[in-house]
Design a protein around this ligand. Structure first.
Ligand code: DWN
Ligand code: SAH
Ligand code: ZN
Length: 406
């Protein structure tokens, strides 16, 4: 059994997906022979309730100067972060010359709004290529992994922060202790922490097993977050369930006793008990649901293939690396994956080696079925692809269940 990443209790393993490549390791044919694989397995810590990966991929192998995910590829996410920026700015309004720090700031999708408004800000983004895009947008960005040491340097150079932000990044950092110790140094006494990540409750309820991949080292609930931050003198003062990324949770934290705890926090605790997030059986049942989902998806794809139908994947997401490798979906079942990110186009998907093609190839020759690997963006994608449906094209989704959308 592994020691827990959050509390050093012992983690109970509940599921292995087998050997997996780097989720965002899109590659050229010449690289097939040297592609690295790691076992993807998850466990549950009964002491602090943190769900976590059992084997970690070194962070430099995932986040580097050729990182393939650019946040601004989704119009709806851009709108989501525009609204978050507006909310944070309203909170900061009474403060003189506020300072905002965001980690995992990627291409500046959130901080650009602070930059445009002339608010003092700093993005911390280790993937140098996406950090550069942010700088070109006028976002002050340091290319580094955030930890206690970096926090000390930021305070020395810029002073303490009023708000610490992170979207879809805290769950990427297995050594969160060093991050929280850093936040403790960085944040003013009355400062706030706001971060959001995919929510464990949604993953369990929707069997969205594809949220599990190398970059996501931790799977948060209110319960595990309260426990972890509580050890550093912080408490959760608010929670906001969000629809983005298939079901996320925004946690707002402050130093203990500084701010009123909202009723939403009490309600969410009760909801988590109802979901059984504190019980190992819940995760064993999740494993059975995942296996069932895999069986259904594979039979559907084989049946369609047997009928001579063309199936194309839509959006070469990180999540699709788990689905294709775990289900054994290769180019004989899915012809190619359509994706709008230039650096992924012309490459092959990690492990399964399905060709990734520009969206124009999808639009020029519609398949019979499109397998929606970007199911979390279904609303945005289905709306803009109405023409595909108009000519009889059908969508296949697998979250919350495997189905062909009528
Ligand atoms: O946590 C993470 C989230 C925030 O983003 C990271 N670890 C990595 C990444 O996960 P993902 O790759 O599963 O993200 P998305 O946003 O579900 O998918 C992005 C991909 O989808 C991009 O390659 C672009 C593509 N896409 C597309 O081809 N057409 C996306 C949209 C909305 C589209 O219309
Ligand atoms: N916030 C963006 C990006 C999420 S992807 C969004 O929600 O769309 C996760 C990002 O976190 C990547 O850009 C990755 O380079 C960055 N990251 C990973 N580990 C980090 C760390 N220790 N400190 C800061 N950023 C980190
Ligand atoms: Zn633990």
């Amino acid at each position: 059994m592994n020691p827990c990443l959050a509390c050093s209790g012992l983690v109970t393993p509940f599921m292995s997906f087998g050997r997996m490549p780097i989720a965002n390791g899109f590659l050229a044919r010449e690289q097939f022979d040297s592609e690295p694989f790691y076992e993807l397995a998850v466990g549950f810590c009964p002491a602090c309730r943190m769900v976590q990966l059992l084997n970690l991929v070194p962070r430099e192998n995932m986040f580097h100067e050729q990182y393939a995910f650019f946040s601004s590829t989704s119009v709806r996410m851009a709108e989501h972060f525009r609204r978050l920026a507006a909310e944070v700015r309203t909170r900061l309004a009474p403060k003189p010359d506020p300072f905002v720090v965001e980690i995992g700031s990627n291409d500046g999708i959130l901080l650009q709004h602070f930059a445009q408004a002339g608010v003092r800000h700093l993005g911390v983004e280790p993937s140098a290529n996406v950090a550069q895009v942010a700088r070109e947008r006028g976002v002050t960005t340091v290319s580094a992994f955030f930890d206690e040491d970096l926090a000390r340097r930021i305070v020395a150079e810029h002073g303490q922060a009023d708000v610490f932000l992170g979207a879809n990044v805290m769950c990427h950092i297995p050594c969160l202790q060093s991050v929280i110790a850093g936040i403790d140094l960085l944040l003013k006494p009355d400062g706030q922490i706001m971060f959001e990540d995919p929510y464990l409750g949604d993953i369990i309820e929707k069997t969205s097993y594809d949220q599990i991949y190398d970059e996501h080292a931790l799977y948060f609930s209110l319960s595990s977050i309260s426990f972890l931050f509580g050890r550093y003198g912080f408490e959760v003062v608010d929670v906001t369930p969000l629809e983005v990324h298939g079901g996320s949770m925004r946690y707002t934290l402050a130093r203990q006793g500084r701010q009123t705890v909202s009723d939403a926090v009490t309600a969410q605790r009760a909801h988590e008990r109802g979901l059984g997030l504190e019980k190992l059986e819940t995760y064993e049942q999740f494993r059975r649901h995942t296996e069932q989902s895999r069986g259904e998806l594979v039979s559907l794809l084989r049946r369609l293939r047997g009928e001579g139908k063309r199936v194309v994947g839509y959006a070469a997401t990180s999540k699709s690396t788990t689905v294709t490798n775990y289900c054994g979906i290769t180019p004989d079942l899915v012809e190619f994956i359509s994706d709008t990110t230039p650096v992924k186009q012309g490459k092959f998907s990690p492990g399964a080696h399905i060709p990734v093609r520009p969206h124009a190839e999808f639009a020029a020759n519609y398949p019979d079925y499109a397998l929606l690997f970007g199911w979390n963006h279904a609303q945005e994608i289905l709306a803009k692809e109405q023409a595909f449906r108009d000519v009889g094209g059908k969508w296949i989704v697998y979250v919350p269940k495997v189905q062909v959308l009528e």
